[in-house]
Design a protein around this ligand. Structure first.
Ligand SMILES: Cc1cc2nc3c(=O)[nH]c(=O)nc-3n(C[C@H](O)[C@H](O)[C@H](O)COP(=O)(O)OP(=O)(O)OC[C@H]3O[C@@H](n4cnc5c(N)ncnc54)[C@H](O)[C@@H]3O)c2cc1C
Length: 487
């Protein structure tokens, strides 16, 4: 049942309040109700906008980058500061509403139907202390802002393939990028988090203040409340040699087999991945790539010696016919040029797994399931090299899942209604073809489409699952935060 449009509550006489039943969310087990007077109270307690179902601006306020998910919350609070988040969470709990949070919408899992959605994109504060190399960022900040600011000091954050992704959501899920083999996951570098859990009280969580919650937050995603700010170490990156090379589809077998032999020999200074891309016939793409199936090699080297980078890359340069590419000196705030992920919103479906190894048979299985000669409705099938610091525990241990992988694999297809049955079936079929070589666990950020909380928890080993559930019960006993990759 949808809420009817209401007049601006600021002009309402609060004495003539009328109960408005909020729509029931999938996860609701209470019967939330709020009145116009309750909305007036909420609007008075936050600086940002409050939009309810029926308000013209609601759809735009909660629009996700991944347009396959269209959120239909009962209301949205556009938070401008942590006090707004405190007020929104407290109000939601008092009125029996579940709470969802969105920064950019790069990682929605399901519609936050019937919930109070806190949008954080107005919270754009970034402060960098070059002396300590600590960055403090508010909940709505995207990696592009951090990378630009950090580059001024020769520093970088451990961002992923796209700088349009939100720092907080990415980091809470671990966060694996091109510098990860040398420096680990983004979550490994977090030194403090400010969070509003279900009790509506803002707390600053550090290894000393609350070790168990600090462990769980760094990898356990958005299960424990809304993080209003993160503080984390930046890493020095005096020099970067990176980019990507697109190979012709016909050479996919040669390129992928060369990759499986070559990648494991690389030092930790190199991050690399390879993807079979089925590119759309978009004008924006250069002619050699437009509408083509190609193999895309990504490479990032952070050593000082660029001649060494050339030497390391050279075996791949002769692996097949190069259609296009640039690998060379690059600023750290230009790292989007390594993966060249799409920038504009896209309807997408994705799912990932980990591989313990990538032998000849695994590459053959991949080519048979999703190689260029097979007609599959997938945009990308990607394999990233892991290992190095990604395989080692953080200095202050955390809940990052998936360290056992030697490679991470991800399939991504169009998340459009016409292919709603086909894409997941085909995508899961490709992952199944590689199951003989799978490693335990999944990177939380690449869990993608899940059947429910049990599948999310399976990303971790049993002992970590028990710890995470215990922390969740302690800070969110009533399950106020059931969205995203929730358990
Ligand atoms: C194009 C693209 C490239 C990507 N590349 C990488 C990559 O290289 N490496 C990698 O590790 N991941 C990558 N990801 C996955 C990405 O890190 C996750 O989807 C991440 O959750 C996105 O965060 P967001 O805030 O941008 O998205 P949103 O959809 O806004 O948030 C997704 C989820 O993050 C959590 N969250 C967000 N903000 C908060 C908050 N303030 N408090 C608590 N929880 C919060 C919530 O659970 C929320 O549901 C990529 C995704 C895309 C679409």
């Amino acid at each position: 049942m949808a809420i009817q449009p209401t007049p601006d509550p600021r002009s309402l006489d609060v004495r003539s309040e009328q109960a408005v039943p909020a729509p029931r969310g999938a996860a609701d087990d209470l019967a939330p109700t709020f009145t116009d007077a309750d909305l007036v109270e909420l609007r008075r307690s936050v600086a940002g906008p409050v939009l309810t179902a029926g308000d013209d601006g609601l759809a735009a306020e909660v629009a996700a980058w991944n347009v396959a998910v269209q959120h239909t919350p009962a209301l949205a609070v556009g938070a401008t500061c942590s006090a707004d988040v405190v007020a929104a969470v407290s109000w939601a709990v008092a009125h029996g509403l579940k709470v969802a949070v969105q920064a950019t919408g790069h990682g929605p899992v399901r519609d936050a139907a019937g919930a109070l959605m806190v949008t954080t994109h107005r919270m754009q504060g970034v402060f960098i202390d070059p002396g300590t190399r600590i960055a403090r960022v508010q909940a709505g900040v995207q990696w592009a802002t951090v990378m630009r600011a950090a580059a001024e000091y020769g520093l970088a954050g451990l961002c992923g393939s796209s700088s349009g992704v939100g720092v907080v959501g990415y980091t809470l899920g671990g966060g694996m990028g091109s510098l990860g083999r040398l420096h680990g996951f983004a979550a490994d570098h977090v030194v403090a988090a400010e969070i509003v859990p279900a009790d509506g009280r803002l707390r600053r969580v550090t290894a000393d203040s609350d070790p168990e919650l600090f462990w769980a937050l760094r990898g356990g995603k958005g299960n424990f409340g809304i993080v209003t700010a993160l503080e984390f170490e930046l890493v020095p990156v005096p020099s970067l040699f990176g980019g990507g090379i697109f190979f012709a589809a016909d050479d996919a077998p040669a390129v992928l087999h060369r990759f499986r032999q070559w990648a494991p020999t690389l030092p930790e200074e190199v991050g690399t991945s390879i993807a079979i891309l089925r590119l759309p016939p978009m004008e924006e793409l250069p002619p050699p790539l437009r509408g083509q199936t190609v193999v895309h090699l990504r490479f990032a080297y952070t050593g000082a010696d660029h001649a060494e980078a050339e030497r390391l890359l050279s075996p791949m340069k002769t692996a097949g016919t190069i259609l296009l590419g640039y690998v060379g000196p690059m600023r750290t705030d230009e790292m989007d040029g390594i993966h060249m992920d799409p920038v504009d919103p896209l309807p997408s479906w994705d799912k990932g797994m980990l591989l313990a190894e990538l032998p000849e048979e695994a590459v053959d299985a991949l080519l048979e399931a999703a190689g260029p000669q097979v007609d599959v409705p997938l945009i990308m099938v990607e394999i990233r090299l892991m290992g190095g610091a990604l395989g080692r525990p953080a200095a202050v241990p955390n809940a990052v899942a998936g360290r056992a992988g030697a490679f991470s694999m991800m399939v991504l297809g169009p998340g459009v209604p016409e292919l709603a049955q086909v894409v997941p079936a085909v995508g899961k079929g490709v992952l199944t073809a590689l199951m003989p070589w799978c490693a335990p666990g999944v990177l939380t950020n690449f869990l993608g489409d899940v059947t429910g909380p049990a599948e999310v928890l399976n990303a971790w080993p049993t002992d970590a699952q028990q710890r995470l559930v215990a922390v969740k019960r302690a800070v969110d006993p009533a399950g106020v935060f059931p969205f995203g990759h929730a358990f």
